[in-house]
Design a binder for this molecule. Structure first.
Ligand code: GDP
Length: 444
């Protein structure tokens, strides 16, 4: 997905970047190429026109910041325009309603509606800890109800027992009654698919909607169908007023037009994207991340998340071993602080690091910010390896030397030593509570 568009944008920006200054004709050439690349990716014409006009307006008025080149500035402008075209912000599923909360799934046959119902059920169960009931109202396609039942089994959620011959509206009412009686949080109602926009089936959806009053009416569309997906969405939106769109097969070889046109043309937000056949291949639609993918600037958000996960695992295991042996020393403490400083954002990362996770509140109370971290690192750097391994040997003369070496005061050195001592004590205590395994579980 997006590979083609991404490649073309890459070429356009490469040419811009090679120039020191940009003339008006350079910008015009780039805009012409951007326009062609978007049309080629099957983006709707009005969306392309609007996009190019916005980029032009921004590029003309933009003051190039001193630290970047004009080419980089254009990349940034295009990036922002892409994010805007994609809808700006992630719009999550609306789960703020009294239980049982009905979600109505609509869409054409083969769009991935039934699969997506199963995916959403799994997501709500595992991520939101909701008790989910799945119900198929598809009495048109012979095996549809069975298909949903099997998906429910795979996702380990309950599906409404099938009663042969029961009409869709009655199934919907039965699902809601069951959910109320058995305290379900969410009911996902999978309606019958259509081969094309079919008025009779639209009427059926309207009747079901009137009966259950869904919090979300989600339209499932296949991204591979490009502009047709947008036409379908427009028709559904006019007929049944959708609250969000799920774009499936974003893992496929689609050109990306559907994702880029959908919001502007229909006004409805894309809430989720399907990226594979497996039940866990469902993600939030994140405009910033998609723009990053299209521009080939790499999925930076994903990278940071990965980095955080890696720190979490590798560091956690290493430190758990050291703690178990009572060998956590100032070297380890400095290593943790360096990781945190590198990651930039503090509060999110703090919770991930073992040892620090439990102390997060304490640290926040102590107002331990980046400057304090840097000071601590400087102090530890000024110590000898022996002092770092056994801080107990730090007496007055050593403290004076370290304070002078790190440009801090003896008071600062004392504070650090006290902090480390508290930390070590807490670790020993946690260790007694059941060893590293139990400790790690508690820290998560
Ligand atoms: P429905 O007729 O709309 O209910 O469509 P189904 O849920 O039966 O899906 C039709 C086919 O598309 C199935 O083979 C699914 O496994 C597949 N499918 C659904 N979503 C995705 C997706 O995000 N990516 C890929 N590659 N396949 C998908």
């Amino acid at each position: 997905m997006f590979d083609n568009l991404s490649g073309k944008f890459g070429d356009i920006f490469e040419r811009l970047r090679r120039r020191g200054a940009l003339s008006e004709s350079d910008v015009n050439d780039a805009l012409r190429e951007i326009r062609l690349a978007l049309l080629d990716a099957d983006v709707a014409l009005p969306v392309v026109k609007d996009f190019v006009a916005k980029v032009r307006e921004q590029a003309v008025g933009a003051e190039v910041l001193r630290s970047v080149t004009p080419g980089q500035m254009v990349v940034k402008i295009v990036n922002d325009a892409l994010i805007e075209a994609l809808g700006g912000m992630t719009v999550p599923l609306n789960l703020n309603a009294p239980a049982p909360l009905p979600i109505l799934m609509v869409g054409l046959q083969g769009s991935g509606k039934t699969t997506t119902s199963g995916k959403i059920a799994l997501r709500l169960k595992t991520r939101e800890r909701r008790k989910v009931l799945l119900a198929s109202l598809d009495t048109q396609r012979p095996a549809a109800q069975l298909q949903l039942e099997q998906l429910a089994q795979r996702a380990e959620v309950t599906s409404l027992p099938i009663i042969a011959g029961q009409p869709p509206l009655q199934i919907a009412n039965r699902a809601m009654d069951t959910a109320r009686r058995e305290s379900y949080d969410v009911v996902i109602l999978d309606t019958a698919g259509r081969l094309s926009i079919d008025l009779a089936l639209m009427e059926e959806v309207k009747a079901i909607r009137a009966a259950v009053n869904p919090v979300e009416t989600l339209l499932v569309v296949d991204a591979m169908t490009g502009q047709d997906a947008v036409t379908t969405a427009t028709a559904f939106n006019e007929a049944v007023n959708i609250t969000g769109i799920v774009l499936t097969r974003l893992d496929g070889d689609a050109r990306g037009g559907a994702a880029l046109s959908m919001r502007s043309v229909t006004g409805a937000p894309i809430k989720l994207i399907g990226q594979g056949e497996k039940l866990d291949a469902l993600d939030e639609f994140n405009p910033e991340r998609i723009a990053g993918r299209i521009l080939g600037m790499g999925d930076i958000v994903g990278l940071v998340e990965k980095a955080a996960e890696t720190i979490d695992k590798v560091e956690a295991e290493k430190l758990a071993k050291k703690m178990a042996k009572g060998k956590f020393d100032l070297e380890d403490y400095a290593a943790q602080l360096r990781q945190i400083s590198k990651m930039g954002s503090l509060s999110g990362i703090l919770g991930l690091l073992p040892g620090i996770g439990k102390m997060k509140q304490q640290i926040e109370n102590a107002n331990l910010d980046q400057t304090v971290f840097k000071r601590h690192i400087a102090i530890i750097n000024s110590m000898t390896p022996g002092e770092r391994r056994a801080p107990d040997i730090m007496k007055a003369s050593r403290k004076k030397r370290v304070a002078a070496g790190s440009g801090t005061s003896v008071q600062d050195v004392n504070k650090l030593l006290k902090q480390f001592d508290d930390m070590a004590t807490m670790m020993k205590r946690m260790n007694k509570m059941g060893g590293p395994e139990a400790m790690m579980r508690q820290m998560q």
